[in-house]
Each structure stands twice: as structure tokens, then as C-alpha cells.
Design a protein around this ligand. Structure first.
Ligand code: PLP
Ligand code: COI
Length: 330
């Protein structure tokens, strides 16, 4: 597992419930390596899918700590509503997550590993005419993958600041849906080929939004700065956690729009880091902008990003007081 690619190893079973057009079935355990589905299933043609990504940690006391489970469930319900998918029942979804973690708790790795939990909801109507109509039936399942770091903990990422493109349709960025990732993939791939970058900060018309798989925070010794939430980008649970933790640690937290030019000015003396469940808080080392490469903060150690990342990881492992009630112990 430790050396496996992130998200390619799974608990052998998952919990699954189905929606028959009227109600959700009880959940049951099923093998996690197959899913019987009609080739015409709505999701395969019209991308009626949303998912979540949250983590469970092996705490110091041996318990399993799930991080901000209720917030992820709420966001999944919002995504389902946007896609006109049947909205999962919060209590049932929570039980499905906890039940599979309990059954396979021996396989939750020790830190810096964790169990990456991927609740997934898909539309299953076998109806290829339903391009502009919702699915009536759906499946909900909870895949869990023991993982290590998504970005190496000490990586100094090289990213492209792209002012020409938007990650996804502007009314849909706050929905955690596969289509948004499909829309960004080619842009991230082209940047990789051309500039050897690991990610893209999307800043359409100069408005700094987020990357393909994480939010974007500007950090220095006194302040954390990031764009206020809107429909154009994902309301990250990690982003929210870091803003709250940052305020507690004494940083001034500012949510306002940031222009690409301002970002480039900021990196002369400040840090930039990418926040997400998988990314945690990954410092950016270099930014490519208008074909030139710029070192972030003169290549200095990202001490503030590291401090915030450690605080969050300590809460997750039970090493720091859980002041905000973020942890559910199972
Ligand atoms: N933005 C995108 C596009 C993501 O895929 C993610 C990852 O989930 C995030 C932001 C961060 O969200 P969260 O902190 O809730 O994981
Ligand atoms: C997450 O951080 O949960 C994500 O969705 C990123 C994913 C692309 C691995």
C-alpha cells in the first residue's frame, strides 16, 4: 500500500444502497471490485455522478478518527441536488461510511497514511434518450482506499498560473462531479507536457480560483488570503478548516478576490499552498506565468504552510485538541 499509487488499493468490500425511483434500499456489503450496470446507464452517458473525498486516521489512542464527516455528507447532498440525483439520506450515508470503516478498521494505515473514503453516487437509468432529464434510479456506494500522501509531504510543487482557462463551467464549480475533472484534465495535461507542471491554478480573466484538485491559499507570517466562496469553485472542507485553524493560531484571515498580478506580487515575499483532503496543504515552490518560471518566496522554506498543515494533521490524529468538533471517533 505504502508504495501503491494513491487510490488504487481498496478495502475488499464496500457498502452499497440503491434508489429504485422512490426510496433507498437498506445498505449491504458487496465486493468492491465490480458493479453490475447497464451499458446505457445514465451516468455513463450524461455524467450523473457526484462523489466525496474524506479521510479517516488512526489516532494515537488506537481509535479511528473520521475528519468532518457531516460536512462532507452535506456537500454530497448539495452536489446530488445540483445534478438532480436522488439525495442520499444523511443518517444512512453516515452509517454506510462508519460500517465499512468498522469492518475493515485493521486496514486503516498509521499516519502519515490514512483511509481515503470515496462515497460515490451514480445515475443508473438505462435510458440514453434522457440527456436533458434526470435519472430516476441510482446507486450509492462507499469505496475506501488506504493511502499515503497525494503530493509528497516535502514536495515543492511547480504549477502553471493559467489566466486563459476556467476549470469547469462557472455555475458548476461548487459541485463535486466527475465532469468538472474531465473538463480540467486536458488543460492540466497540456500544461504538464509544455511546462512540466504538476498542477494548474485556474485564474480565468486573472481571477485566481483553484487548481484541478485543491483550493489555493496565500499565506505569510500574519495572514491567510483566499477567494470567497462562489459557484465557480469547490467549497473545500480543508480550506474551511485551515481558515478556522489559522484564525485560532492568530493569522488574519481574509476572503476576497485575488488577481493573477497580485498573486505574482505576493510570491515575492509570501507562500502559496494548495489545500484539499488528498493534498492536505501542499506548498507551491514554483509558478509558471506567461512562459516564465518564478520561485515562490525566494525558494524559502514554507514555514507557515507547514505549521498549518501540522496543526490540521495533529487534530486529525488526536494530538491536538479538537476545538471545532471536527473528529468523529468510531
Ligand atoms: N477543489 C477541487 C477541485 C478538489 O477536487 C478538491 C478536493 O476535494 C478541493 C478543492 C478541496 O476540497 P476538500 O478540502 O473538501 O477536499
Ligand atoms: C480530494 O482531495 O478529495 C480530491 O478529490 C482530490 C482527488 C482528485 C484525489
Amino acid at each position: 500500500m505504502a508504495n501503491a499509487e494513491f487510490g488504487t488499493v481498496f478495502f475488499s468490500e464496500m457498502t452499497l444502497a440503491s434508489f429504485d425511483g422512490e426510496k433507498w434500499s437498506d445498505a449491504s456489503f458487496v465486493p468492491s471490485d465490480r458493479l453490475p450496470m447497464h451499458p446505457a446507464a445514465h451516468v455513463l452517458h450524461y455524467a450523473s455522478t457526484c462523489f466525496e473525498g474524506m479521510k479517516a486516521f488512526r489516532a494515537n489512542d488506537g481509535a479511528i478518527n473520521v475528519f468532518r464527516i457531516d460536512d462532507h455528507i452535506r456537500r454530497m447532498q448539495n452536489s446530488a441536488r445540483s445534478l438532480y440525483l436522488p439525495v442520499p439520506d444523511a443518517a444512512q450515508l453516515k452509517s454506510m461510511i462508519i460500517d465499512v470503516l468498522k469492518k475493515f478498521q485493521d486496514q486503516v494505515p498509521v499516519f502519515p497514511g490514512s483511509a481515503y473514503i470515496r462515497p460515490t453516487l451514480i445515475g443508473t437509468d438505462p435510458a440514453i434518450g434522457r440527456a436533458a432529464a434526470p435519472t430516476r434510479t441510482a446507486l450509492l456506494y462507499i469505496l475506501v482506499s488506504p493511502v499515503g500522501d497525494y503530493f509528497a509531504a516535502d514536495a515543492k510543487m511547480r504549477v502553471l498560473l493559467d489566466t486563459d482557462n476556467q476549470r469547469c463551467a462557472p455555475h458548476f464549480g461548487n459541485v463535486k462531479s466527475g465532469g468538472n475533472y474531465a473538463s480540467a484534465l486536458g488543460l492540466i495535461q497540456k500544461a504538464k507536457e509544455k511546462y512540466n507542471t504538476a498542477q494548474v491554478i485556474f485564474a480565468p480573466n486573472g481571477d485566481v480560483q483553484e487548481t484541478g484538485a485543491a483550493n489555493c491559499l496565500l499565506i505569510n507570517d500574519t495572514e491567510i488570503l483566499t477567494k470567497p466562496l462562489n459557484s465557480e469553485f469547490l467549497p473545500g472542507v480543508t480550506r474551511d478548516s485551515l481558515l478556522k485553524a489559522g484564525a485560532k493560531l492568530g493569522y488574519k484571515v481574509t476572503e476576497r478576490n485575488i488577481s493573477a498580478d497580485e498573486l505574482m506580487e505576493w510570491i515575492k515575499t509570501g507562500e502559496v499552498a494548495l489545500s484539499g483532503t488528498a493534498a492536505v496543504l501542499a506548498p507551491v515552490g514554483e509558478i509558471v506565468y506567461k512562459d516564465e518560471t518564478y520561485a515562490v518566496n525566494g525558494g524559502k522554506e514554507p514555514v507557515n504552510a507547514k505549521r498549518l498543515r501540522k496543526y490540521l494533521n495533529d487534530v486529525q490524529q488526536g494530538l491536538e485538541t479538537d476545538s471545532f468538533n471536527w473528529v468523529t471517533k468510531i
